[in-house]
Ligand binder design. Structure first.
Ligand code: ADP
Length: 366
């Protein structure tokens, strides 16, 4: 188990990572997610031992302060695999085991096993200079796994690849990590990648770990508005939660997962004024809790029934249409909101549409 305890990394007197704490249990994949420049790579490098830091990095309770990078038993993969150009694929993968003194026959077996794992069986003798970007990253992963690291550190391992390859390789990587059962820290700025690959998330912002937890829990209940917006929430509203049903100006939906704690804190931060205009709101909040509701674009769908508004902009996406809708006439205090329409729906700027609430896109913030 990895424990990062109040780690701070400072460059030129400016802290890039501030008091960061997190834990990764054995066999777990934790994604360190955050915008560019939030300190993700710096924290990964501090964990690897590549960056001087204050605070402690521990493995199973042992402080690694005096342990150099190559003795930590960690495997590293960076954005551009950084393979040894003069060795072939097998030579790259066998490097770690060779350093560990593994006999040649066992090394060969290990190389074949790993090539199989990453879907490149038979690639032993290929020069690495002739590999595609995706193949090179698979070899980099196999090389990192070859010495059986106790922790795998992946720094944006897919971001050098084009979108389509990135998506398919992310899915392959899930399989590899599950089968290898290697404890992993993945640094990424890409939410989709984090959601595809990780069991848990830690959201880093301006060097601080703002929130960590189960991927789905963080997605559904971001700690604050900043985290929510980073996780795709584009509309933030006051609402009310009663018995797992949340009401906001766009209607009411059941959220069986809604945080139990919120239901007992009557009249907390958010005003219930806006919520009571919601179609399904139950009275004036006698037993309800004021909550902040975060809506991702797909929480609001163009439908036959719902809150009326006028389409302002439209953009086609691969499998839906994104629209911004002016709802100022129907929802006091809100101007435009992001919403989605089915591809089959013809929506144009100027059209009057109705927006229905979809529980899948709804988050409870804070
Ligand atoms: P991320 O991985 O989230 O994009 P980084 O960890 O690379 O962020 O960077 C965090 C901050 O630290 C940034 O402001 C960056 O400019 C700064 N930084 C990173 N590496 C160095 C360095 N070697 N020297 C000085 N500043 C650095």
């Amino acid at each position: 188990m990895l424990t990062v305890d109040r780690v701070t990394v400072t460059y030129d007197r400016t802290p890039a990572v501030r008091d960061a704490s997190l834990e990764i249990a054995d066999g777990e994949v934790l994604a360190l997610l955050g915008p560019s420049g939030s300190g993700k790579s710096t924290l990964l490098r501090a964990i690897a031992g590549l960056e001087p830091a204050t605070g402690a990095v521990r493995w199973d309770g042992d402080d690694l302060a005096g342990v150099p990078v190559h003795r930590r038993g960690f495997g590293l993969v960076f954005q551009d695999g950084q393979l040894f150009p003069h060795r072939d694929v097998a030579g790259n993968i066998a490097f770690g085991p060779r350093m560990q003194g593994t006999p040649p026959a066992d090394r060969e077996r290990r190389v074949a096993e790993l090539l199989d794992l990453v879907g490149l069986a038979g690639y032993e003798r290929r020069p690495v200079t002739e590999l595609s970007g995706g193949e090179a990253q698979r070899v980099a992963l196999a090389r990192a796994l070859a010495p059986r690291p106790r922790l795998l550190l992946l720094d944006e391992p897919l971001s050098g690849l084009d979108a389509e390859l990135r998506e398919s390789l992310a899915l392959d990587l899930v399989g590899v990590l599950r089968r290898a059962k290697t404890t992993t820290l993945l640094v990424t700025h890409d939410q989709e990648e984090a959601f595809t690959l990780a069991d848990r998330l830690a959201v880093l912002d301006d060097g601080h770990v703002r929130q960590s937890g189960d991927v789905v829990d963080v997605w559904r209940a971001p700690a604050d508005e900043r985290v929510a917006r980073f996780l795709g929430v584009t509309t933030v509203l006051s609402g009310e939660l009663v018995d797992g049903r949340v009401s906001c100006p766009f209607g009411s939906v059941d959220l069986p997962w809604a945080p139990a704690g919120a239901a007992s804190s009557t009249g907390a931060a958010a005003s219930t004024g806006a919520a009571s205009t919601g179609t399904g709101s139950r009275g004036s909040g006698s037993s309800g809790a004021a909550v902040t509701v975060g809506l991702r674009p797909h929480a609001l769908r163009v439908a036959a029934d719902g809150v009326p508004g006028e389409v302002v902009t439209r953009a086609r996406r691969r499998d839906h249409t994104r629209v911004t809708v002016d709802v100022s006439a129907s929802v006091p205090g809100v101007s435009t909101v992001d919403a989605v329409a089915a591809m089959s729906e013809t929506v144009r700027p100027g059209d009057e549409v109705r927006l229905a609430l979809d529980p899948d896109g709804v988050a409870i913030v804070g």
